[in-house]
Structures are given as structure tokens and as C-alpha cells.
Design a protein around this ligand. Structure first.
Ligand code: MOS
Length: 729
């Protein structure tokens, strides 16, 4: 099916199942511990062996010698894979790191060997017997030190052009009556998801099946085929449940590659769980950014000049953290200069982490807007409203598909009680707490991509949906089932969604905030086809057929859906593809975040007291799962504002705090009541569902709202995240 004109009325608009707050359909499996995560498939026969990765002990250099003889002879050891035995390996298309070191070592904790043994303990013990002699070379580990020489990044597949010039920024900035020129830093951050990267790999002849934890099945198959040099058709990936990913499981990581190599070497299925302590330096992370923001405005607050320069570093072949993305479409301003600079760093690969670009970009831009509001003597909400734009500032002929940005701001200000904010910094106390309010805007792209599904109507009247979409705790199972239930006119408990199997019809998976909108459109297409088949079989006229309450009705005739399937199962497979709607309209999600913090006047401890997110993201398919996505983002935003930082040892080239003891994320006691409101809107340019994703919107803008509240409480501006008390005491 092709979607190339804005949707009119569709069966989804009835909203008997879609749009309703259904709890997660797979929830009972998870709460009873019976949902099988990647490392939990214990039913693959008794001959599973265990893999254990040895990570490189240097940040940059090469392996001068490696001696595995003692490890080979250790109890239970079945195979040891190193670069000398693995054969040549390619690199993936999205994550570009090499999965096995040797002879070159590209970064700390890059895998140098995987040991396979009968038990996990034997594999771990044997790994300690491997002798590696390293030759260290000087590496580059310090973004600040290299920033001055960093060139503008080459053309990149994501994030738009590395340099955007509109009008004459320099002239407009010089002429502006009120200006701001400040530099902000966002540190290296880790996904730190609950479930570690894990794979069970099994070879049946040339066919490789992997139970793993991957967000995008199609990328996983593609990248694994490239890395191993085998045909895509020989690979089947299965990720029915994923314990969080945030972009760190977008595609193939070392666990998958090394489990496959280890299983081949051992001639047995191999289970490989990446040790928690390796996750931080072995896999990808969100790379540090240094961001200079320059804003020029008239006395009325209207922006005339917007400059945003972004520096980040990566391994050779890696990309920038594209923090200039949100600056392109959020505010008006005739003169714009946005640039991304890239330098080589020999740390682990920097790549996608939840709202890549938008999340760190907004941490800079929205603090800058707060500072500008103060210089203008303007309310921060009013400043944002004054800079709303109805069109793409880079292409004034291109409207937004929907843009309820101002509504988010006004609704949020009202609901939060923004008018009661302390008018000047450090002016309010509650006992020993200094109280501050802060706010920030939110924007995140709403991409959508071709997605397929297969729908089967069983003789019993049950509907089975299969797609390779994944559910990393987001609610995919539920919205897929809801879409099919709405389309086929059956109750939700008559639908079973089967996800996360690369042998099912292809979708873009879970990533880029495109999963929900894309997969539901694919399910819509397959269901539309199935409806046609049912209508044909029943001999109905197509025009007035209604599917509802498990029945098919037309011109006074009513037939149960089950009876349509009685002669034999009915199956339909289709996908939704898109024309140029995303070129004609700027498709984005918008929001506003409001925060109240208390800062202890003696210790400097920050407590977030209240957070509110107001989101405009098209039709909300399920208010429960959507809200969960947003409060997850808000929680992550608390971490980004106040805690999260991988500290770089610039001498030896590693992230020092590489476990969950050293890498701080919010715990329950750090998270207050989180209030979420959705603006009632539909976006008919997206798909027949008229929905957009919301999973990453909930993060963008949270950290700067908190940062601005800390400033409002203390009067001290910290431009270097995370905002820890040592920086303002
Ligand atoms: Mo997301 S970082 O696009 O999984």
C-alpha cells in the first residue's frame, strides 16, 4: 500500500481500541518472569557452551603477542577465538567499530578474545590465563584539546548537512541589540540499559540462528552479514523481548558477532552475555559534545540570528553527535549558521543514544534561550512563543504538518502554575531549600519508514499478527495488537502479536522514534488487505462493509468474522510505503517541559520536586504506553541534568566509571511525581493512523528545564553538564 496523500477518515478513527489506555498485553509474562529474554532460552538442548569476552587493556596500540596455551588447557575450555583464528571480519553499516581487536587495538575493552567453555565460570577463569602483550601508542582521548583543529564533518547519512547557512549570520548577529554567545558541554553518556547485550548463537550447517537483544532486526541481519561475510538469507535473528536499549542495541554489537564466531569454533550453540563492566567501553555510547550557541534578538525577543556550532569526536569512520538538528526547526530567525565539527578520538564508538542530536542539542540551545530571556527581561515561555514559526525556517515554502508547540507551552505553563515562579534567581526559600522553576521546549523529528506485517485470521476467529518489529519495553506488542483489533473489529484479547523475528515481514524496528508510527501503518496495510479478502469471500459489496464486534456487516447482512475463516485460514501480507509527504511537510513532534527543584542551601544537593511534560505527537495510540515512554524519557532527563557522565581518563584512554556503581542514573528516590499531558491532535500526513512516535520526545528538553530551574534556585549558571554541586557551591 502506498501512502501519498493525507489520510481521510479511516477505520482507525472509530477509536474503539486504538487510543484507549490498554495495559501492556505482554505485561503478565514480564511480571511473572516468563518472558524469555535473549540469554534465557534454556530449551535449545543440553549442549550449550558459554562464551566470555576478554577486553583490551589499552586505549590505543596493538597486540604484540598473544598466548592462549594455558587457557586452551584449562578445564572445560572448548575453543578460543582471537583475531588470528577468526578470519577476516567486515564492519557494520551503522555501528562502525571493529568487533575484534588485533593486531590493532582501536579502543579500551575492544574484544581481544572470546573463550568458550562448558560453564560460564570455566570460561571466565580461562580468560584470565590468556597472556597478551600490548604495544601502546599515543591516542587521542580529549575532545577539548582537539577542538581547535577539528574540521567540519563530511556529509553524513543522518542529521542533515554538516553546515547550514541561511542569510548572513555574522552581520545579523553583529547588528542585534541583544545577543548571547556561550559554550555548553554535554559529557559522554552511556545507555546503561538493564538487560546487558546478550546472544545465544546456533549454527545448523550454514544457517545461523541467534537469540539476541536488538532493536532493528533488518539492520541486525544486514550488519551481521557484512561483518561475518555470509549471505543475509543464512541469518535469522530473534529478539522477542528486550530489556531496554535506548539506541545501544540498534544493531549488531560484539556479543552477537563473537557468539556466532564462538559457536562456529566450538561446534556448539554458545551463550554470550557481555559483562556489565565491558558495556561502557566495548559498545557504543553518546559522545561528548562541546556546543557554542550564539543568539541575536531584537528587544521584542524575536530572534534574528541563530548560530550553533557543535564539536564531537569519534573513531575513524564514525559520525558526529548531530546536536544541531533541533536548532534547524524549532525557532524562527532569518539568519542561521549551524555547523558540526568532527575530530578523531580513540575512545569507544560514539553513536545513537535516545534522541541522538536532539537530546544534547537541546541541553545547549534551551539553556541559551533561558539566558537570553533573562538578558531581555522576558519570561522564558513568552520568549519561546515569540519565536514560533509556521514554516521550516530553512525552506519557508514548507509548512509543518502539525505544530502544536505554542499550545504545549501555554498548556504547560497553566497546568504547572508557571506564573508563580520566582521572578528573580535565588529569591525563594522553603526552609533550607532554595526553590527554582525552569522550563524548556521539546522537539523531536517524526520520521516514518516502510514497514510490513502479516495478518492471519484463524478458524477460531483469532487474529495473529507477525512483524519483525521489536518491543524494548515500549508497548509495541500492545499497539500492534490494538491496530489489528481496530481494523478487524475484534476485541483486543482476540489478537496475538508476534514480534522480534527477522523471518517476519520487515519493519524499521524500534529506533529513531519511528517504530510506533511505522509498524502500525504496516499492520494497517496488511489488515486492509485481509479485510478485502474477507469481504470477497463473503460476497459483500465493498463500499459499506463494517468490521465490528467480531462481525462483518453490510447492507443489513451480518456474518461473524470466524465464519469467514471457517473454510480455511485467511492470510494477508502487505506493507506501507510513503510518497513525498515528508518532503512537503516538516513532520515533527513538539513539547514543553517544566521543572521545580529544591537546592539545599548548605549542602548544595539538588532535588527535583516536580516535572511536567506536555507533548504533541499526533494521535496517541495508547495513553498508558505513551505516558510510560514519556516518563521514561523524563527520568533519563533527570540523569542527564544532574548525574550522568562517563569520566574520561585522558592519559590511558578509557571511561573510568564503567559499571552501574560508578555511572550514576536516577533511582526511585531521585524521581518525583511525573506529570504528563498530551495535546489532542491527529496528523493525517503521517499515515492512516495519524500518529507519530513519542519515545524520544519525552527526553528532549528535560535536562535543560531542570538546569534552568537550578539557576533560578541558586543564581549560579552551570553550562557544563551534569550539574553537580561542586560546580556551583
Ligand atoms: Mo534510538 S537512539 O533512535 O534507538
Amino acid at each position: 500500500m502506498k501512502f501519498d496523500t493525507p489520510a481521510g477518515t479511516t477505520p482507525i478513527d472509530r477509536q474503539t481500541v486504538i487510543g484507549r489506555p490498554h495495559p501492556r498485553v505482554e505485561g503478565p509474562l514480564k511480571t511473572t518472569g516468563t518472558a524469555t529474554y535473549a540469554a534465557e532460552h534454556h530449551d535449545l538442548g543440553g549442549d550449550i557452551a558459554y562464551g566470555y569476552i576478554l577486553g583490551a587493556a589499552i586505549g590505543k596500540g596493538r597486540i604484540a603477542a598473544i598466548d592462549t596455551s594455558a587457557a586452551d588447557a584449562a578445564p572445560g575450555v572448548r575453543a578460543i577465538v582471537t583475531y588470528r583464528t577468526a578470519g577476516p571480519l567486515g564492519v557494520g553499516q551503522f555501528y562502525v567499530q571493529r568487533m575484534l581487536a588485533g593486531p590493532a587495538v582501536d579502543h579500551y575493552h575492544q574484544a581481544v578474545a572470546v573463550v568458550v567453555a562448558d560453564t560460564f565460570e570455566q570460561a571466565r577463569a580461562a580468560s584470565a590465563l590468556i597472556r597478551v602483550d600490548y604495544a601502546r601508542t599515543t591516542g587521542s582521548f580529549d575532545l577539548s584539546a582537539q577542538k581547535a583543529d577539528a574540521p567540519i564533518a563530511p556529509k553524513e547519512p543522518f542529521g542533515g548537512p554538516s553546515q547550514i547557512v541561511v542569510g548572513d549570520f555574522d552581520r545579523a548577529f553583529a547588528a542585534a541589540p541583544v545577543t548571547l554567545d556561550e559554550t555548553y558541554t554535554v559529557p559522554d553518556q552511556a545507555h546503561a540499559m538493564m538487560e546487558p547485550h546478550a546472544t545465544i548463537a546456533r549454527w545448523d550447517g550454514d544457517l545461523l540462528t541467534c537469540w539476541t537483544s536488538i532493536q532493528q532486526m533488518n539492520w541486525g541481519v544486514r550488519d551481521l552479514a557484512r561483518i561475518l561475510g555470509i549471505p543475509k538469507a543464512n541469518i535469522r535473528l530473534r529478539s522477542p523481548y528486550i530489556g531496554g536499549g535506548f539506541g545501544g542495541k540498534g544493531t549488531v554489537q560484539s556479543d552477537l558477532v563473537l557468539a556466532a564466531l564462538a559457536a562456529r569454533a566450538a561446534g556448539r550453540p554458545v551463550k554470550l552475555v557481555l559483562q556489565r563492566t565491558l558495556m561502557f567501553n566495548n559498545t557504543i555510547h553518546r559522545p561528548k559534545t562541546i556546543q557554542r550557541v550564539r543568539l541575536g534578538a531584537g528587544r521584542d525577543g524575536r530572534l534574528t540570528a541563530i548560530g550553533h556550532d557543535n564539536w564531537s569526536g569519534n573513531l575513524a569512520g564514525g559520525r558526529t553527535e548531530p546536536s544541531t538538528i533541533p536548532t534547524r526547526l524549532l525557532y524562527r530567525g532569518e539568519n542561521r549558521l549551524l555547523r558540526r565539527y568532527l575530530t578523531t578520538l580513540d575512545l569507544a564508538e560514539g553513536n545513537a543514544m535516545r534522541a541522538p542530536g536532539e537530546a544534547p542539542g537541546m541541553m545547549a540551545l534551551e539553556m541559551a534561550m533561558d539566558e537570553l530571556a533573562e538578558r531581555l527581561g522576558m519570561d522564558p515561555v513568552d520568549l519561546r512563543i515569540a519565536n514560533d514559526t509556521a514554516v521550516d525556517p530553512e525552506k519557508p515554502g514548507r509548512p509543518f504538518s502539525t505544530r502544536a508547540f505554542v499550545e504545549c507551552l501555554r498548556t504547560g505553563a497553566d497546568r504547572f502554575g508557571w506564573s508563580k515562579r520566582p521572578g528573580s534567581p535565588a529569591s525563594r526559600r522553603d526552609g533550607d531549600w532554595l526553590i527554582g522553576f525552569g522550563m524548556a521546549s521539546a522537539i523531536r523529528g517524526a520520521p516514518i519508514a516502510k514497514a510490513g506485517a502479516r495478518v492471519r485470521l484463524e478458524r477460531s476467529g483469532r487474529v495473529i499478527v507477525e512483524t519483525d518489529k521489536t518491543d524494548l519495553g515500549t508497548g509495541s506488542y500492545t499497539i500492534v495488537a490494538q491496530t489489528a483489533a481496530e481494523m478487524m473489529g475484534v476485541p483486543l484479547d482476540r489478537v496475538e502479536a508476534r514480534l522480534g523475528d527477522s523471518s517476519f515481514p520487515e519493519t524499521p524496528g524500534s529506533g529513531g522514534q519511528m517504530g510506533a508510527a511505522s509498524v502500525t501503518a504496516g499492520v494497517y496495510a496488511a489488515c486492509a488487505k485481509l479485510r478485502d479478502i474477507v469481504v470477497q469471500r463473503l460476497g459483500f459489496e465493498r463500499d459499506d462493509v463494517v468490521f465490528a464486534d467480531g462481525e462483518v456487516r453490510s447492507a443489513g447482512r451480518t456474518v461473524s468474522l470466524a465464519s469467514a475463516a471457517r473454510l480455511g485460514e485467511l492470510v494477508a501480507e502487505d506493507s506501507m510505503e510513503y510518497g513525498d509527504l515528508s518532503q512537503r511537510f516538516a513532520q515533527q513532534t513538539f513539547g514543553a517541559h517544566f521543572a521545580e527543584v529544591g537546592v539545599d542551601r548548605y549542602t548544595g544537593v539538588v532535588r527535583v520536586r516536580r516535572l511536567l511534560a506536555v507533548c504533541a505527537a499526533g494521535r496517541i495510540l495508547n495513553p498508558v504506553t505513551a505516558r510510560s515512554q514519556v516518563i521514561g524519557g523524563m527520568t533519563m532527563g533527570i540523569g542527564a541534568a544532574l548525574m550522568e557522565e562517563m569520566a574520561v581518563d585522558t592519559r590511558f584512554g578509557l571511561f573510568v566509571n564503567h559499571d552501574l556503581a560508578g555511572y550514576e542514573v536516577p533511582v526511585h528516590a531521585d524521581v518525583p511525581h511525573l506529570d504528563v499531558a498530551f495535546i489532542d491532535e491527529v496528523d493525517p500526513t503521517m499515515s492512516p493512523l495519524k500518529a507519530k512516535g513519542v519515545g524520544e520526545l519525552g527526553l528532549t528538553g528535560v535536562a535543560p528545564a531542570i538546569a534552568n530551574a537550578v539557576y533560578n534556585a541558586t543564581g549560579v549558571r552551570v553550562r557544563d553538564y551534569p550539574i553537580t554541586l561542586d560546580k556551583y557551591l
